[in-house]
Design a protein around this ligand. Structure first.
Ligand code: DLL
Length: 428
């Protein structure tokens, strides 16, 4: 462990730490963020008498729209001059959301990322190939700072440019690689096309996240690269990467850095807190951030949380893989479908590649979904396309409870990811 004293802290002691930090955070936002002061006043909360964890659910929620409405710096709790770094989301749906970090925030962020790298199986001295995008996206610079802090030999390669990536992998022999699962998949494919198998590379550990991916995709990536692949989760509004990560020992759920981030799982409709183990919307309250503390931030991500002990010895609770985002849910003929449910069904067909995309169109007043998926190069000449299409349509109908169309396409015909994969083409 990178910080055994916190990572394996006794739960009662951890709760006391969280309590202290929560009270501090509430006082801080009340004093410095007019948005929170008025929300807290509306909820009848006086920071001086607020009792902490026992009253957590009295605190107001924060939504992505609040960050947008307060664009760019309205939710900052420090003067702008104390902010050392800004990051922002791509802003594909309207204004971007902007997040800020003080010097202390940058330290806490590098701490949780260093911790994440060790949890994944990284060690000081390892060469670390960082293929998360550098720039306003938090993935590249976040993991970079964590790796340097841990003492890794950090290669800031960023996303894209597959040929340059595999040349650097051959030349620098990284033991650890990080990137989005879709990009690392396509990088492995590009290596094979160039006559170099990723399994023969030096890479032993893969740290994949920033987009949803399935257990089937993990198996695919582990076999392709001959690695341990672990899931890393995070979001800019909370800090970036490093909020939670799987340990290489168990690879069964992601340990949340609970000394910095308080987690709840709520029913997104009733907003009630759900019992442990039930899937709902993840909600985070930051406990140590200075520039942009958030109270009960609604992530839109669906997952469950467990406090079952883990074989790695860490006591921090684990979240499940993200099952989907609330706003990615499709309603196909009245049936709710999450894009992530489709990946394992596609990947169960041995003749199909893991390269797929979902096309949503209007058909009268209904939505129609088509799954486009590439046949494997090796099956291309052998397979009966219409039988394969029917087989996948049947499997999708059986698993999703609704008919969707399938279009099996030629190898290499679908776009490859450079960072976060665009899985849904919305033609409505
Ligand atoms: O994606 C931070 C990050 C960078 C995480 C590198 C992991 C590795 P945002 O761009 O703000 O931040 O996007 C956050 O991405 O709310 C989820 O919907 C999704 N996401 C992140 N990690 C995972 C994951 C970064 N492991 C949004 N599984 C989140 C599924 C994920 N979805």
């Amino acid at each position: 462990m990178y910080q055994p004293a916190v990572e394996a802290m006794e739960r009662r002691e951890l709760a006391q730490l969280q309590e202290r930090r929560l009270l501090e955070t509430v006082r801080r936002v009340y004093a410095h963020v007019p948005f929170y002061r008025s929300k807290l006043q509306q909820a009848g909360i006086d920071p001086e008498s607020f009792r902490g964890l026992a009253e957590l659910t009295r605190l107001p929620f924060t939504r992505k729209s609040d960050l947008r409405d307060q664009y760019p710096f309205g939710l900052f709790a420090t003067p702008l001059a104390d902010v050392r770094r800004l990051h922002a989301s791509s802003g594909t749906k309207g204004k971007p959301t902007v997040v800020g970090y003080t010097e202390r925030d940058l330290r806490l962020w590098s701490e949780v990322c260093a911790r994440a790298l060790v949890t994944a199986g990284g060690q000081p001295g390892d060469v670390f190939h960082n293929a998360y995008g550098y720039g306003l996206f938090t993935g590249g610079l976040g993991m970079h700072a964590g790796a340097e802090r841990l003492g890794m030999v950090t290669v800031p390669v960023s996303g894209g440019g597959r040929m340059r990536q595999w040349t650097l992998i051959e030349d620098f022999s990284p033991r650890v690689i990080a990137g989005t699962p879709s990009f690392i998949l396509s990088l492995g494919e590009a290596m094979i096309q160039a006559g170099k198998h990723p399994r023969n590379s030096s890479v032993k550990v893969g740290i994949f996240g920033a987009e949803p991916w399935s257990e089937e995709m993990r198996q695919e990536l582990e076999a392709l690269w001959g690695i341990h692949a672990v899931d890393i989760y995070g979001l800019s509004e909370v800090v970036g990467p490093g909020v939670a990560i799987e340990c290489w020992q168990a690879k069964e759920g992601l340990h949340i850095a609970e000394d910095h981030f308080l987690v709840e799982v709520i029913d997104p409709h009733t907003e009630e807190v759900l019992p442990e183990g039930e899937v709902g919307e993840l909600v985070f309250t930051t406990l140590t951030k200075e520039a942009l503390p958030v109270l009960r931030y609604r992530t839109g991500d669906l997952a469950s949380v467990t406090s079952e002990p883990c074989r790695c010895g860490r006591t921090h609770r684990r979240m499940s893989r993200v099952k989907g985002r609330i706003d990615d849910m499709l309603i196909i003929r009245g049936v709710n479908v999450f894009p992530m449910e489709i990946e394992p069904i596609v990947m169960a067909q041995p003749e199909l590649s893991p390269h797929y995309q979902l096309v949503v169109e209007k058909e009268g007043s209904m939505d129609r979904l088509t799954v486009e998926v590439e046949v494997l190069e090796s099956s291309f000449n052998l397979v009966d396309f219409s039988a394969l299409t029917k087989r996948l349509e049947g499997a999708l109908k059986e698993n999703l409870g609704v008919s969707v169309r399938v279009r099996v396409t030629m190898p290499g015909s679908l776009p490859r990811s450079e960072g976060k994969a665009v899985r849904i083409l919305d033609r409505r």
